[in-house]
Design a protein around this ligand. Structure first.
Ligand code: BGC
Length: 418
């Protein structure tokens, strides 16, 4: 095995990522808040105060900069910015202006995501992500937001993991659609916001393939809206990309899945400024379905396989088909053993370095996540953070992995092996 001291390209982005609902706290007006609080909910706990990042963002951003990073990826919460259809909150937009200004004060490039799973209640209750008209509503929100913030945006990501529902359905971890007529919890959640259960369609809780197509449209319209609004910055989409590996006999099934939830998005990204790759593991596909991890292999707190090499494989595929620069907008691991986090990220970064050495234009790496935060249905149990958060006091504790990755970021270099 050859060792090499590898220097990343000049201006390589070293960031960490968060999402509004997972860290801000008290995101009352969004669809997921209702889903979490309705009796019978599969969410193990509600998001509550989350990491109170809404109030503590300045300290969190300063900490990130001190650690050595030069970028911060976060999302803007549509439910705060447009609390009722067509009613835009100047105060909410001003809040995000302050967050952006804080990034600039600390010389961090802000990577702004406009949709990270959550939507306003009114949208989810009126057809949500199954309804074609949502694409234009999303573009309108992006346009209004960019008109207020565009001069401070560093890089824009329209939608986070726009293919996640389709991907999870096709590999068999989500049904095509959770049926509100059979799930009392879901129909009760709809009732609580005064919606017809058949029109209640939060992302990931609705028809995954209809949502995929609405997402594709929403990305296209939002990109045009951002390009014509205030500010000039790269615009792209981020995708949930498992490394889909065919087991003997599984090639046709793997290719079908790949076409439906990866290639269709790579092709849509062709005219974009970049593609956001988000990869956590591999999926082994046989002729009959997706195989669970083999007995005895290391798994993460998310119960999937510890497989950091998946990142290199998906960067290569995304770049080959989309033919645009790549930013790793998420890569990370839920674990309570911080030395396994370091091992995971070191191996993932080795893969990034090999891609760059082979001439692939990779422009950045964002670790998911800055903080131990609200991991959706699993609540606060899986810990992805470089920084721990005390749930009672909100005190932050920097983990060794944060110092380790910050040092690599500052040096813009690391030792890699072949
Ligand atoms: C999502 C995050 C999530 C992370 C870890 C990604 O799918 O964008 O919101 O917390 O993975 O599961």
């Amino acid at each position: 095995m050859a060792n090499e001291h590898f220097t990343f390209p000049a201006n390589f982005l070293w960031g960490t990522a968060t999402a509004a609902h997972q860290v801000e706290g008290n995101n009352l007006n969004c669809d997921f808040w209702v889903l979490e609080h309705t009796p019978g909910s599969p969410f193990v706990e509600p998001s509550g105060d989350a990491c109170d990042h809404y109030h503590r963002y300045a300290d969190d951003i300063a900490m990130l900069a001190r650690l050595g990073f030069n970028s911060y990826r976060f999302s803007i919460e549509w439910a705060r910015v447009e609390p009722e259809p067509g009613e835009f909150s100047r105060a909410a937009l001003d809040h995000y202006r302050r967050v952006l200004a804080c990034c600039h004060d600390h010389k961090l490039t802000p990577v702004v995501t406009f949709h990270h799973f959550t939507s306003p209640r009114w949208l989810a209750g009126d057809g949500g992500w199954e309804d074609k008209k949502t694409a234009a509503l999303f573009a309108r929100y992006c346009e209004r937001t960019a008109a207020h913030l565009g001069d401070l945006i560093g890089i824009a990501c329209t939608i986070n993991e726009a293919n996640l529902g389709a991907y999870q359905y096709l590999i068999g971890t989500l049904p095509l659609k959770l049926d509100p007529s059979r799930l009392k919890w879901l129909s009760e959640a709809a009732r609580r916001i005064g919606a017809d259960p058949n029109r209640f369609a939060p992302y990931l809780m609705c028809d995954q393939m209809k949502a995929r197509d609405v997402m594709l449209d929403a990305h296209r319209l939002a990109t045009a809206a951002l390009k014509s609004s205030r500010g000039k910055y790269p615009v792209g989409i981020s995708l949930a990309l498992g490394d889909l590996q065919a087991m003997p006999g599984g090639e046709a099934r793997r290719d079908r899945i790949k076409a439906e939830c990866q290639d269709i998005f790579y092709e849509a990204a062709r005219g974009d400024d970049f593609i956001g790759v988000q990869t956590y593991t591999r999926n082994r596909i046989s002729a009959d379905g997706t195989l669970p991890p083999e007995a005895g292999v290391e798994t993460t707190m998310m119960r999937y396989e510890f497989w950091p090499e998946a990142l290199e494989a998906t960067i290569r595929q995304a770049s080959a088909v989309a033919k645009v620069p790549v930013i790793v907008t998420e890569s990370g691991i839920g674990t309570d053993q911080d030395d396994r986090r370091i091992e995971y990220v070191a191996r993932a970064l080795n893969g990034v370095a090999r891609c760059i050495r082979d001439g692939i234009d990779v422009r950045g790496y964002c670790y998911w996540s800055l903080l131990d935060n609200f991991e959706w249905i699993s609540g606060y149990r899986p810990t992805f953070g470089l920084v721990a958060v005390d749930r009672a006091t909100q005190a932050r504790t920097i983990k060794p992995s944060a110092e380790w990755l910050g040092k690599i970021a500052r040096a813009n270099a690391m030792n890699i092996t072949d």
